[in-house]
Design a protein around this ligand. Structure first.
Ligand code: SAH
Ligand code: SF4
Length: 342
């Protein structure tokens, strides 16, 4: 029998499901609390549900939808979790402790169809979209592992996959993760990163106030198209116009991720072009040293060139930070754990 994956349901949907089974509506809130506030690992733990209902849940539903297959912890505490989906595909989530911040980087797809040349996930190709429950369960299962030592405070959709290419499941997962009866993440603590799917970005602006990050990585079309084929469909002018029109809530800014690739996009001319295209956008720039992996077609820019690039942006009054490299030794680049074990 196909068991119902309850982590796919928002609270109103769970209420409808509970009622359709002849149970009282308030049971849904109880279930929701067990699933999310308590990260229950079996229905046997949920004694307030009544024995008969628990027995039904046991046979007819699935509590966990992911199977944790491997973990890998770096000296700085960054931990990769490798999960198997029910059809055998694998995905990863990365926990990054930086107290008081405890961030989890989530996957939205198994693989990715966009084929960015620097990205290991991209070179692995597209397997399938995750459903909402599979996105949400990454948070539940990692939180269960961290209990009671740490509590996740921030979520970033920056793992495997392009979240805006799996729009409906991502929006549904965000609603579940933000529900005050469950994990109760504030939209201020959730960031979605996209390679720049313009129509879905416009939709997201209407549907959700989460923080937006754009993987920019180049300030001219020739270089960006070479790195990211999606730039052919949504070139910089289109992308930046969408950023300018994005309904960024007050006090929020769009984050622009910019990989520092040795000799490719890291010169002073590129920094000046970046300043130009960011004109009129409430922006902050995050410079990301490239995480090298065996066979990678790029190398990271040297530190002094990254510092010069940052300096040029700062002089133009653009907030620019350099991302600390985390997780050394556990294959910190996007998609690496899967390549290692999958
Ligand atoms: N598909 C989305 C989100 C997942 S990728 C996007 O592209 O934004 C998350 C971030 O990791 C992106 O900015 C991506 O460019 C970056 N990334 C991919 N491979 C990397 C590597 N080897 N080193 C550093 N960052 C990498
Ligand atoms: Fe996909 Fe993002 Fe990797 Fe590009 S960088 S291939 S969009 S996951």
């Amino acid at each position: 029998m196909n068991r119902t994956a309850l982590k796919n349901y928002s609270l109103p949907e769970l209420e409808a499901w509970v009622e359709s089974r002849g149970e009282r509506r308030f049971r849904a809130r109880q279930l929701f609390r067990h699933l999310y506030a308590r990260q229950a690992s079996s229905w046997a733990q949920c004694s307030d549900l009544g024995k008969a209902f628990r027995a039904e849940l046991e046979t007819e539903t699935r509590l966990d939808v992911l199977e944790l297959v491997a973990t890998d912890t770096a000296v700085d505490g960054t931990t990769k979790y490798l999960f198997a989906l029910s059809d055998g595909h694998t995905i990863e989530a990365v926990y990054i402790p930086d107290p008081p911040r405890h961030t989890l980087c989530l996957s939205s797809q198994a693989g990715c169809a966009l084929g960015c040349r620097f990205c290991l996930t991209g070179t692995l190709g597209f397997k399938r979209n995750l459903d909402a429950g599979e996105i949400v369960d990454q948070v539940c299962q990692v939180q269960r592992q961290l209990n009671p030592v740490a509590r996740l405070t921030n979520l970033v959709l920056m793992g495997m996959g392009e979240p805006l290419a799996n729009y409906d499941a991502v929006i549904r997962a965000l609603a579940i993760l933000q529900d005050p009866n469950g994990l109760a993440f504030s939209h201020r603590r959730i960031t979605l990163s996209t390679a720049g799917l313009v129509p879905q970005m416009q939709k997201l602006g209407q549907d959700s106030p989460v923080n937006l990050a754009i993987s920019l990585h180049a300030a001219d079309d020739a270089i960006r198209t070479d790195l990211m084929p999606i730039n052919r469909t949504y070139p910089l002018q289109t992308l930046m116009a969408a950023c300018r029109q994005y309904p960024t809530p007050p006090r929020k800014r769009i984050t622009f991720e910019y990989l520092m690739l040795d000799g490719v996009n890291d010169g002073p001319g590129q920094a000046r072009k970046l300043i130009k295209i960011l004109h009129g956008v409430r922006a902050k720039v995050n410079l990301i040293p490239f995480n090298e992996y065996p066979g990678a077609p790029f190398a990271s820019s040297p530190q002094d060139r990254i510092a010069d690039f940052q300096e040029t942006l700062l002089k133009a009054h653009i907030t620019a930070t350099v991302r600390q490299s985390r997780g050394a030794g556990v294959g910190a680049a996007c998609g690496q754990l899967v390549a290692q074990y999958g």
